[in-house]
Design a protein. Structure first.
Length: 330
C-alpha cells in the first residue's frame, strides 16, 4: 500500500497541487476539467518505473448509461464521449503500456433507446469489443430484471464481480463472482465489486433472489482473501456505492468503506455521477491511503490511475482524467 507522502511525490510530474474533498492529490496541471488534454499526450504514462518496478495502469469508467454514440446536440456535453473514441483511446494506452486493465463501476444500462430496444446486448457487445476486463453491477443494470440481465450477459466477454450481492440460486450466479484475480507483468491484481442497496431504488421484482450484504464486511472479507489466500500485490474495488465526501447519516459510500477497511489500493467509483477533477485519498485505519476516483457519467471521460509495483508492494500512484472530446479520437 502507498503512503500519502509517496503518492504526493509520485503524482507531481511537474504539475500543480490540487485540493479535493479535504484530501490532497497532485496530478498533471492538465488534469483540470477546464483544460482539455490533447493527443499525443493522452496515452503517455503518468509514472516512470525505476529498475525492478512494474507499471500497472487501471483505466476505468462508470455510469455510461447506454451512451453508445457521442452525446447529442441538446446535451451540455454535446459531441463528447462515444464508444468509438473510447475504443481508440484504450487501444493507444494499451500500446504504450501492455500491463493495462480496463474496468467499469456499474450502471452500464439505461438512458438511451439502445437499451430500450436491445435490452443490454449493444452495451455488452461494445464493451467486449473495446476490451473490458472486469465490471461490477449498478442498480440500473437490474432495470429489466435478473432474467433479462442474464440474457444480456451472454454478449459479455468479461468478468462480473460483486462481493455484497449474494446471487446464489439466481440465473446470474454462473457469471457473477465475488472477486477475480488478474496477473499482469508478474503482478497479481485482485478485483472485487460492491453494489448499492437495491431496495428503495428498484422495484422488488427486478432483483428477485438477490440478497444485499453489508459492503464494509464484504470488503474486509474480500481484501483478506485477496491478500492472504490469493497473494495479490494490488487490490482494486469496483464500487457502485457512490462518492460522498460529506456524507449524510445513512450514506455508506466509497470514502466510508475506505476509512473502515485496510488493504484497498484503489476504488473505481460509480453511482453518484461525480465529476472528480482528480483522485481523492482516504486514510485507512492502518494509516495508509486508499485512492478513489469517479469520472462522471455517459463515457465523457476515461479515468486513468498508474501504479508502480516493486517486490509485491505498490510504491507510487498517479491519476488523471482523459478527455474524449479530442477530435483526433473520432
Amino acid at each position: 500500500m502507498i503512503t500519502r507522502r509517496k503518492f504526493l511525490n509520485a503524482s507531481t510530474l511537474g504539475g500543480a497541487g490540487l485540493a479535493l474533498g479535504g484530501h490532497k492529490a497532485l496530478l498533471h496541471a492538465e488534469a483540470k476539467v477546464s483544460t482539455p488534454i490533447r493527443s499525443p499526450e493522452l496515452n503517455v504514462p503518468l509514472l516512470e518505473p525505476r529498475a525492478g518496478e512494474t507499471l500497472v495502469t487501471i483505466l476505468h469508467t462508470n455510469d455510461t448509461h447506454s451512451q453508445i454514440d457521442p452525446l447529442p446536440a441538446n446535451d451540455p456535453y454535446a459531441g463528447r464521449g462515444g464508444v468509438a473514441r473510447r475504443a481508440t483511446l484504450v487501444k493507444r494506452v494499451r500500446a504504450a503500456n501492455p500491463y493495462t486493465l480496463l474496468v467499469d463501476a456499474g450502471d452500464v444500462f439505461q438512458g438511451t433507446p439502445y437499451f430500450n430496444l436491445y435490452r443490454g446486448e449493444v452495451e455488452y457487445r461494445a464493451m467486449s469489443g473495446i476490451g473490458y476486463d472486469v465490471v461490477t453491477l449498478g442498480n440500473h443494470d437490474f432495470d429489466n430484471g435478473v432474467e433479462a440481465l442474464a440474457a444480456a450477459m451472454k454478449f459479455a466477454r468479461f468478468d462480473f464481480v460483486s462481493a455484497n450481492y449474494d446471487v446464489r440460486g439466481t440465473v446470474i450466479e454462473p457469471r457473477v463472482k465475488p472477486y477475480v484475480v488478474r496477473e499482469i507483468g508478474g503482478v497479481r491484481v485482485g478485483i472485487f465489486g460492491l453494489g448499492i442497496m437495491l431496495a428503495g431504488l428498484n422495484p422488488p421484482n427486478t432483483f428477485k433472489g438477490i440478497r444485499y450484504l453489508d459492503p464494509v464486511s464484504a470488503a474486509r472479507d474480500s481484501v483478506r482473501l485477496l491478500r492472504e489466500r490469493e497473494k495479490c500485490s494490488m487490490v482494486v474495488c469496483l464500487s457502485h456505492l457512490g462518492y460522498y465526501p460529506e456524507p449524510k447519516a445513512n450514506d455508506v459510500g466509497d470514502s466510508q468503506v475506505a476509512a473502515q477497511v485496510n488493504g484497498i489500493d484503489f476504488i473505481a467509483s460509480g453511482h453518484t455521477h461525480t465529476f472528480m477533477e482528480q483522485p481523492a485519498l482516504v486514510r485507512q485505519p492502518s494509516g495508509r491511503e486508499t485512492v478513489i476516483f469517479q469520472v462522471g457519467k455517459s463515457g465523457i471521460y476515461l479515468g486513468r490511475v498508474d501504479f508502480t509495483v516493486r517486490d509485491q508492494r505498490v510504491t507510487a500512484v498517479a491519476g488523471r482524467l482523459l478527455d474524449l472530446r479530442d477530435g483526433s479520437l473520432a
